[in-house]
Design a protein. Structure first.
Length: 228
């Protein structure tokens, strides 16, 4: 059983991964691709500053690890913090808000880079080189790699609009804390899972949407994979 938890940032994905793994310690946990790459001294930009290089690296990391899990340890259950599809919505955001193909200047959202060592793109008129052609390349990378077939389930955590369910934004020293950024990316994830993925690859993998408090999310995930 190979699972990925997917969705916009600051929605409790990592918390769900840890809670589920604590309840089912036989599952091997794969951390966010960002954290795995930073551990290898890679520099990863977010938001409107994201680059083709950054988002390609994270997509490839997610592809490689799930395919290796399927091929090299097929009997080991795995839960992943993020799927290989997660960097398409973030690339759409970077194109819209940070590239020369994006929205008119007055319509662009701006985020604050909270990491002191990642300030070099501040003030740039077009801090991202992500364009429509690159986003199509990401789709091709994912579909041609057959990584989606390596997931038994992708669990998507959407924003619900319910204050008692949606986690509050907190400054963890890494992620931007603008609510509009999280909401824009969430809308792109909803478009991805409800429309784009079924149109591009309808048989790729099973996707379920999960919401609720921490215990409810774990129970919903258990039910989705037949462990409840």
């Amino acid at each position: 059983m190979r699972i990925a938890i997917s969705g916009s940032h600051s929605l409790g994905k990592s918390t769900l991964v840890r809670d589920f793994q604590a309840a089912h310690p036989d599952f091997q946990l794969f951390d966010e691709p960002y954290r795995e790459l930073v551990a290898r001294q890679e520099r990863i930009h977010f938001g409107e500053r994201a680059s083709q290089r950054c988002n390609r690296l994270m997509t490839q990391q997610a592809i490689d690890r799930i395919n290796q899990a399927r091929l090299q340890m097929p009997e080991t259950p795995v839960i992943c913090d993020r799927s290989c599809l997660d960097f398409i919505p973030y690339s759409l955001y970077a194109r819209a808000m940070g590239s020369n193909e994006g929205l008119p200047r007055g319509e662009r959202l701006r985020t604050v880079e909270v990491r002191p060592d990642m300030q070099e793109k501040n003030g740039m008129p077009f801090p991202s080189d992500i364009n429509a052609a690159f986003i199509e390349q990401l789709w091709s990378m994912i579909l041609e790699s057959q990584a989606l077939a390596s997931y038994d389930l992708i669990a998507f955590l959407p924003l619900t609009g319910e204050p008692g369910i949606d986690p509050c934004l907190e400054n963890d020293g890494i992620r931007s804390v603008e609510g509009a950024y999280r909401a824009w990316v969430d809308a792109a994830f909803k478009q991805l899972y409800r429309h784009d993925l079924p149109a591009r690859s309808p048989q790729a993998c099973q996707v379920v949407e999960i919401s609720g408090g921490r215990p409810e999310r774990v129970k919903s995930l258990e039910e989705a994979i037949g462990l409840a």
